[in-house]
Design a protein around this ligand. Structure first.
Ligand code: C2E
Ligand code: MG
Ligand code: MG
Length: 677
């Protein structure tokens, strides 16, 4: 039933105030549920059909009505013939006679059940809108001002309704421009509904993210649109947190935890991308493979905690050398890579490589340990050397090995000849292993002579490799590689035993070979049970400690002076003499030199070679002798080839000499002849 239909439900009535009888129109009968004229209504009957709670109200109104001429209206409920309640609107006016006496009341009874129902429903819906936690706004589509806002909007924004009704949408949407609002409105007019995200500004100035759903709407006859907004700040915060977490996980998967540098996986990925970019832009780049020299010794002897500090320091030094956009990665251990993008000339690359070498060389102090490392760098260039990732990596790695072979602390560019060299290394390494197994080594001896008496005071044992195909190989050809791979430990052991056996035999035969000088790699000495092994071989062979002198090179001793002091002291305590070999080529610190239990300094042959002509070498040799004397060491000159060199040594107070002038290193059989004569 619509409203118009309900208008038809108006019935009229007339109450005679003297008889209290009522006359009903046909519609009134129908409103009460009776067939017209089937009963005789009265005031009493009316009250019996009125829902009791309205009786007092109606009685009171009747009272006032009989003293007034106005129309009185009341909404009440009557009881239908079949028992259900009907909402009615009762209206009436009193009629008076000429003497102004109230004689009757005429009025209408309108069935408004339907209207009441609609009104109630409307009220409920309004309440629902009002209490919704959503912000609901009705906005004038032309002026953008607020026509209605619910309590949710007031609570969210901190404005009162009154304040809202003086505002427009721009007041709470600081990021919204007039232009966008108009575009949005035009879209809304076409599509009727629209969603978007926005940022709201509260009365206190704080901001939050909101999700808006808009729909066109007619409000109080005006073209408007309704907006339902939800605060989504929490969703956005959760989304951001999730993204951050994902980013963290991604970072962890691609970075080295110690140095925070890209790890191997990310390095490979970046290199691939850089290759693609270089291909596209026709640019060049350089790939560095960097290995820290002596790092393993530090890590093995001083522990991982100190090793870690060194790696962190090395990382920060690397960072100083390259630009922000260049990639530095740690592949693991002490291996780093650098990719230098968009390089112009090879000279620029060399400058950076040089810079890295220079900064790495500087002392690193960790927990009061002064540590020395250096960098060996191999470089491959795109596109000159290779255009493929794996080849660029392989070539930089090969060049890095070359840098190591060149004495470390330097950089090398890849050359195609190195591939051949690398191949040789592999072959060489394999055949060295065979050589150790099959004991293909021979020991030569070179006498050491007292400069005052010209008598033999001892022999240096120098190893040679009797290669089945290549013949006799000097140590320079295989010792560096053996040092690198650790095979030196086995070689030194073989030499040690063979030479001691020989010396014991000579002593037994009544010869006086003096002391045996053994070249021992620090690697061998640092081996855990090296000293035990040495002493037990001596015992087994009846080799006396006083016959033995160990030569350790200055460079190796100074790689880790603290540890060297400790090891050498144990040997010295056992009666073994210690000589420092190749003196003058390393970087000894005087304080360490004083602490080392040394007996002898061996002046490196490079200083002897050009004596006595070269002024600089004269000065250095004199200085070494003076230094050695002041520390109460014996001095021996190696590589003495001429009488003039010998004279120089005698004049300057050197004690001993060793060199071709007296004898080259020769096999034991020839030494025996020499000892006989
Ligand atoms: P080093 O200990 O400094 O040995 C002296 C080197 O100088 C020897 O070279 C010797 O042959 C050479 N030499 C001696 N007198 C003269 C001379 O008058 N003129 C010239 N030009 N050279 C002379 P070699 O035998 O080739 O040994 C090279 C290096 O290999 C040695 O230097 C030593 O560091 C290492 N080495 C040799 N044998 C062993 C070994 O058994 N174990 C270890 N770890 N290293 C060894
Ligand atoms: Mg030596
Ligand atoms: Mg030497």
């Amino acid at each position: 039933m619509n409203i118009l239909e309900s208008l038809n439900l108006i019935g009229s009535w007339e109450l005679d105030l003297s008889t209290k009888k009522i006359i009903w129109s046909a519609q009134t009968y129908l409103n009460y549920g009776y067939e017209p004229s089937t009963i005789e209504p009265s005031l009493e009957f009316f009250f019996s059909r009125l829902v009791p709670k309205y009786i007092p109200q109606v009685q009171a109104i009747l009272q006032t009505m009989t003293q007034s001429k106005e129309v009185h209206t009341l909404q009440a409920q009557i009881i239908h013939k079949d028992g259900h309640f009907i909402d009615v609107l009762l209206s009436g006016r009193t009629v008076y006679n000429d003497k102004n006496e109230a004689i009757k009341i005429v009025g209408t009874t309108q069935d408004v059940t339907q209207l009441v129902h609609i009104k109630k429903e409307n009220e409920e819906l309004s309440k629902l809108i009002e209490i919704s936690s959503n912000e609901i706004y009705i906005v004038d589509i032309e002026t953008f001002s607020y026509l209605y806002v619910n309590q949710g909007a007031c609570d969210a924004l901190g404005y009162t309704k009154e304040e809202f009704y003086t505002m427009n949408i721009f007041d709470i949407n600081p990021k919204l421009s007039q232009k966008t609002a108009i575009l949005m409105r035009d879209a809304l007019k076409k599509t009727k509904k629209f969603t978007n995200k926005t940022i709201h500004k509260r009365k206190d100035g704080s901001l939050y993210h909101a999700q808006a759903f808009m729909h066109t709407f007619t409000y109080k006859g005006k073209d408007a649109y309704v907006i339902f907004d939800t605060d989504i700040s929490q969703n956005i915060a959760a989304e951001l947190a999730l993204k951050k977490q994902q980013k963290n996980l991604h970072h962890q998967a691609n970075h080295d935890t110690l140095t925070n540098l890209p790890n191997r996986a990310l390095f490979l990925d970046r290199l691939q991308q850089i290759i693609l970019a270089a291909k596209r832009n026709k640019t060049q780049f350089a790939l560095f493979f960097i290995d820290l020299d002596h790092f393993k010794t530090i890590n093995d002897t001083l522990g991982h905690a100190i090793g870690d500090e060194v790696l962190i320091e090395a990382t920060s030094r690397l960072r100083q050398c390259v630009r922000e956009e260049d990639t530095i990665a740690r592949l693991g251990g002490d291996e780093f890579t650098v990719i230098l993008k968009d390089i112009k000339t090879q000279e620029d690359v060399s400058k950076i490589a040089q810079k890295i070498c220079t900064v790495m060389r500087q002392t690193i102090t960790v927990k009061s340990h002064a540590l020395y490392i250096s960098a060996s760098i191999g470089i491959s260039l795109y596109p000159q050397d290779a255009t493929e990732r794996d080849m660029l990596i392989k070539y930089a790695d090969t060049a890095m090995y070359k840098a190591k072979d060149e004495g470390r602390d330097t950089f090398e560019y890849y050359k195609s000849s190195m591939t051949q060299f690398a191949f040789e290394r592999v072959v060489m390494d394999a055949s060295l292993r065979v050589a150790i197994k099959e004991e293909q080594f021979v020991v030569y001896y070179q006498p050491q002579v007292d400069l005052k008496t010209d008598t033999i005071i001892g022999m240096e044992a120098l190893v040679r490799w009797m290669h089945p195909l290549m013949g006799l190989r000097p140590p320079g050809k295989f010792i560096p590689l053996a040092e690198e791979s650790g095979l030196i430990i086995e070689i030194d052991k073989l030499v040690m035993r063979a030479a001691m056996q020989q010396f014991v035999a000579w002593y037994k035969a009544g010869f006086k070979p003096g002391t045996l000088s053994l070249n021992l790699s620090m690697k061998k000495l640092n081996e855990e049970n090296c000293l035990q092994e040495l002493f037990s071989i001596m015992q087994e062979l009846h080799f006396q400690a006083k016959w033995l002198e160990l030569e350790v090179t200055e460079t190796q001793v100074m790689e880790n002076p603290e540890l060297s002091i400790q090891k050498l002291q144990q040997l010295s305590d056992a009666g073994v003499q210690i000589a420092i070999d190749d003196f003058g080529t390393g970087y000894s610190s005087l304080s360490y030199l004083k602490k080392l239990p040394l007996d002898k300094l061996k002046i490196d042959q490079s200083f002897v070679r050009d004596l006595p002509q070269d002024e600089e070498d004269v000065a250095i040799t004199q200085a070494i002798i003076a230094l050695g004397k002041s520390l109460k060491f014996h001095i021996i000159a190696e590589g003495v080839e001429t009488e003039a060199q010998k004279e120089f040594m005698i004049e300057n107070g050197c004690d001993f000499m060793q060199g071709y002038l007296f004898s080259k290193p020769i096999p034991a059989s020839e030494i025996q002849k020499l000892l006989k004569s």
